[in-house]
Design a protein. Structure first.
Length: 173
């Protein structure tokens, strides 16, 4: 019963978020993507257990203004973040990471975790917006080693998934 309620809450939240985002812009299936994402590691992301921060830049590659829906919050809320160790395994999620990465048992979700606010803003042709994304708020990066990081988001016009470049960070003791 709890799982059914959680599933209903998730479905209702997704429908609500989609309707709000749709007010920001109209998705046209089959349209070419108008955005790209590039990520770079922040200079101080090198010690295991320290915050691993990346910079994620969304660029409007079109010749017209686009409307962007952004969730209120830090960069971790703007993108889906994928981290892999050298064997291709996901590190353990943090509590926040389980919710944002979708790796949580739905029966454990609190309905208040599903509610978020956002804002619609215009990104001019050729312009970019950059967010700091603290990857260690989403994943337990306490072990030394090499990790690959990639972020993704939906294109604001085609709704296709747009993936960033892949970067490698090396965490030491």
């Amino acid at each position: 019963m709890k799982i059914r309620i959680a599933l209903l809450l998730v479905a209702a939240n997704l429908a609500f978020a989609s309707s709000i985002a749709a007010q920001c812009h109209q998705f046209v299936q089959g349209e070419p993507t108008v955005s790209s994402i590039a990520i770079t590691p922040a200079p101080d992301s090198g010690k295991a257990g320290n915050p691993v921060v990346i910079k994620a830049t969304l660029t409007n590659n079109s010749n017209h203004d686009i409307s962007i829906w952004r969730v209120i919050g830090e960069g971790e809320y703007q993108y889906q973040v994928d981290v892999r160790d050298v064997k291709g395994n996901l590190p353990q999620d943090t509590k926040l990471g389980k919710k944002l990465n979708g790796h949580v048992d739905l029966s454990l979700l609190d309905p208040k975790d599903l509610v978020s606010s956002g804002v619609c803003f215009t990104l001019a042709a050729g312009k970019s917006v950059t967010y700091d994304v603290n990857v260690s708020k989403l994943y337990e990066l306490t072990m030394p080693g090499k990790y690959t990081i990639q972020v993704q988001s939906r294109d604001p016009e085609s709704f296709a998934i747009v993936k960033s470049n892949v970067i490698t960070v090396t965490l030491t003791n």
